[in-house]
Design a protein around this ligand. Structure first.
Ligand SMILES: [Cu+2]
Length: 132
């Protein structure tokens, strides 16, 4: 019984964490809070469309050390794309249809990182290139 409850609470926690991952409200981006921003303003923004069958483009490359972000736009009603998960950042963000969601991507470490729809069915990859 205790185990069952624990599992339930864990699952609820996971679901809640997912549901909470809405974009920051516009107020949080106001100039008065800029000094507290956790990451530098992205100088490189790559736009990725979340369609019913894929992320487009599915593969993107960023330069190591360049403040970067992906701007996701969900262009499908498909529930598949209702959120995007970025396991290496321990992050999930809700995607609303037709809304642009900016997600800063750390570029301090080079490598290739996979993100996915919330169900882990459709994938995209980010390569942080150290060659420059
Ligand atoms: Cu999916």
């Amino acid at each position: 019984m205790t185990r069952y409850l624990f599992a339930l609470v864990t699952m609820l926690g996971w679901l809640t964490a997912c549901g909470k991952s809405t974009p920051a409200p516009p107020a949080a981006r106001s100039s008065t809070l800029t000094a507290n921003a956790p990451t530098a303003e992205a100088t490189r923004v790559v736009r990725v469309k979340a369609t019913s069958t894929s992320f487009e483009p599915a593969e993107i490359t960023l330069n190591q050390g360049e403040p970067s972000a992906i701007e996701f736009e969900r262009v499908t009603e498909s529930k598949c794309m209702r959120a995007v998960r970025m396991p290496w950042m321990k992050k999930a963000k809700d995607l609303a249809v037709g809304e642009k969601v900016l997600i800063p991507i750390p570029t301090d470490k080079s490598g290739t990182f996979a993100y996915a729809c919330w169900m882990n069915m459709l994938y995209g990859r980010v390569t942080v290139d150290a060659s420059k």
